[in-house]
Design a protein. Structure first.
Length: 262
């Protein structure tokens, strides 16, 4: 299992889409840090390097990061099918469940890598602004960028780490869903399109009662920004639902792959 897992990580990180995603998520914060209208977009003056991770996540999480994940994860199945390498692998004495499980684990780790490079690039861009105590918020804690008074560097770091972890959890169901569509369609473009179409349809259901909206993925896409929700209970409920989605899509991927003729 460990050998399969390392193989899947190597194939995932070796793909062109993954390399491009990791490079862009690291470099884009360096551009935003010096954008002249950044403060106007977020309605606040950015005065600390600790605030840039929230800016980067706010700009990339709604569209760019899901796009990178949908395409890269879909490619883990689609590219092998197109190149004809998946069928020979399954002809070997290797359990199908272990093969898809290793792909699933690698896919679920990819959102954490993307968030890490995004935050790392943001903190690098924030060096000129400093990381000391400042008055305001990180954008990832209570009252968002306004904050609740002075914030020390240690407290800001804690908020950034918590926000980064939550942002990664938000993206995990998208990775699992993309893998599921990859198994069903055996095509990178179709799987990525299916993933995005599902997310868009969920977003269009804002006309439904809030009780229904709360069980849909897009409703919880802002839990990384602690101040955007009422409190810990809402965030905990969101995390539980996101993990349920991830588990559900993951199990369906395993089930479908075990019975898929490739």
């Amino acid at each position: 299992m460990l050998t399969l897992l390392l193989l899947e990580f190597r194939k995932l990180l070796g793909s062109r889409s993954a390399k491009m995603a990791l490079i862009l998520t690291f470099l884009l914060p360096l551009v935003w840090a010096y954008a002249p209208r950044l403060g106007d977009v977020f309605g606040v003056n950015i005065i600390s390097g600790w605030q840039l991770p929230a800016v980067s996540l706010g700009l990339t999480l709604p569209l760019l990061l899901p796009l990178f994940i949908a395409v890269t994860v879909a490619e883990t199945i689609g590219s092998e099918t197109a190149q004809g390498t998946l069928a020979p692998l399954l002809l070997r004495p290797v359990d199908r469940t272990r093969v898809i499980a290793s792909k699933l684990i690698a896919s679920l780790a990819f959102p954490f890598l993307l968030v890490f490079t995004t935050v790392a690039g943001s903190l690098l861009a924030g060096i000129p602004m400093g990381f000391g105590t400042f008055t305001g918020g990180t954008g990832l804690g209570p009252e968002l960028f306004v904050g609740v008074g002075q914030l020390s560097g240690g407290e800001a770091l804690g908020q950034v780490l918590r926000g980064s972890l939550l942002a990664s959890v938000i993206l995990m169901p998208i990775a699992a869903l993309s893998l599921l569509f990859g198994v069903l369609f055996l095509n990178t473009a179709a799987a990525a399109l299916g993933t995005f179409a599902t997310l868009i349809v969920m977003q269009l259901l804002v006309v439904l009662p809030q009780a229904v909206q709360k069980i849909l993925l897009p409703y919880h896409f802002k839990i990384y920004a602690y101040g955007a929700f009422k409190g810990p209970d809402d965030i905990n409920q969101g995390v539980i639902l996101l993990l349920i989605y991830t588990l559900g899509f993951g199990l369906m991927s395993v089930y479908a792959f075990d019975r898929r003729d490739v």
